[in-house]
Design a protein around this ligand. Structure first.
Ligand SMILES: [Zn+2]
Length: 70
């Protein structure tokens, strides 16, 4: 089973995260380290009462997070 980032769609391989479309029918969605950092940065920005630098809302960030963990 392949693990694919739900944000940038890269897939995890033995050597790292590669930007290619998963051919496998079975695929688990998660975050690659880069997108996870961006998602958590949005949440930290919210708690700091700052505008998320990406412009995304907290609700969107949390929805993406739940998708990644689910
Ligand atoms: Zn990603």
């Amino acid at each position: 089973m392949q693990v694919q980032c739900c944000v940038c769609k890269r897939v995890r391989t033995e050597t790292g995260w590669e930007a290619k479309v998963a051919e496998s029918a079975v695929c688990s969605h998660s975050y690659c380290p880069q997108c996870a950092e961006e998602a958590f940065a949005d949440i930290r920005a919210y708690h700091n009462r700052e505008q998320p630098r990406s412009g995304r809302t907290l609700a969107a960030a949390m929805r993406r997070l739940s998708q990644g963990l689910g």
